[in-house]
Design a binder for this molecule. Structure first.
Ligand code: 3EB
Length: 325
């Protein structure tokens, strides 16, 4: 997984390309199921692409609402649903997660490891009517029993503009991952009732099969279940990095962040981008790939959230799954 400025068409034509995500003013031939444009604006570049590549041949296609690409034991999937056409965000979320679960159950890559969720106006509505809470309710209903063994790692972020569609994309594999929780944070699915009727269905992190790396869920300035430093961006960043460090330790990863740990930083107020960039420059090695995006955190009092990866030094090769007889 890399952040690159190459044109999506070039990336899609390269061998082993599983997915290309476009941020900002990036365009591509819209017909390729491996291509997904996200309405998240980069704050330190005009346009950037994120490319996922594997050491294997890639097949891709569509199955109902699901677009997918698969190879070498890995699968990239996407679902984009129009909110209005599904009777609102909550119902669109139910439909998206049902489709994800049905699709995944029928694939060899049936282990959904890591999910991203993007939709507009995430904090609109008060109390239990808040759109993030409705999303959480729809996600839990749509998941059904598909994640009874444990939730995937995840991110849920609000995108700018009027709400119109829900975008969900994910990484799945033929082999199971290992969930990681954060000792500084209450597991999200155990959040108390005060945060909504349906606690969020995600794990703090997921160690990929084949020791291929650690997927880091969206991480913010939450300690236990309580948001920290509501009016202090630097303090929120410091708590967020304390949480990230604790997660790496819990996952058994040492060495911290480096060139193999690309991060995304979602910032509510684009006017604070320079301050965040300064903080990151002071707290991260220069080699750490970072993408600063305008995005809304699911708790209105939080200004910033970070997710990402920690990959190993070597190129992981998934064990071949045994197929046929
Ligand atoms: C939190 O820790 C911050 O609902 O999928 C982070 C990662 C957050 C994932 C989700 C929400 C989600 O509760 C918010």
């Amino acid at each position: 997984m890399r952040y690159v400025t190459a044109p999506p068409a070039t990336l899609l034509a390269a061998p082993g390309t599983l997915a290309v995500l476009g941020f900002g003013a990036v365009t591509a031939a819209a017909e390729d199921p491996r291509w997904l444009r996200l309405p998240l604006m980069p704050l330190d570049a005009a346009a950037i692409a994120e490319v996922w590549q594997i050491d294997a041949a890639v097949e891709h296609g569509r199955a109902g609402a699901v677009c997918y690409a698969a190879g070498g034991g890995w699968l990239f999937g996407t679902i984009e649903l129009d909110e209005a056409a599904h009777g609102g965000l909550e119902r669109a979320t139910v439909a998206a997660y049902r489709a994800l679960a049905v699709f995944s159950a029928a694939r060899a890559e049936c282990h959904v490891l890591r999910i991203w969720n993007y939709f507009g106006a995430i904090n609109r509505g008060s109390g239990d009517a808040e759109r993030y809470r409705r999303f959480c309710a729809g996600r839990a209903l749509g998941m059904g029993t598909a994640f009874a063994d444990g939730y995937p790692a995840a991110t849920a972020i609000g995108v700018p503009g009027a709400p119109d569609r829900l975008q969900v994309y994910w990484l799945a594999a033929t082999a199971t991952g290992t969930r990681v929780e954060n000792p500084r944070q209450l597991s999200a699915w155990r959040y108390p009732r005060a945060y909504g009727p349906t606690p969020p269905s995600f794990a703090r992190g997921m160690r990929l099969p084949g020791a291929a790396g650690l997927a880091i869920s969206g991480t913010a300035a939450i300690v236990g279940h309580v948001s920290q430093a509501a009016d202090d961006l630097d303090a929120q960043l410091a708590e967020t990095f304390a949480n990230l460090d604790a997660l790496l330790t819990a996952a058994g990863v040492d060495g911290g962040f480096d060139a193999r740990s690309p991060l995304k930083i979602y910032l509510r107020d684009p006017a604070q981008a320079a301050r965040v960039a300064d903080f990151l420059a002071a707290h991260l090695p220069a080699a750490v790939p970072r993408l600063l995006l305008a995005g809304d955190v699911c708790r209105a009092e939080l200004a910033v959230e970070i997710d990402g990866w920690r990959f190993p030094a070597w190129r992981p090769v998934m064990e071949k799954s045994v197929t046929g007889r």
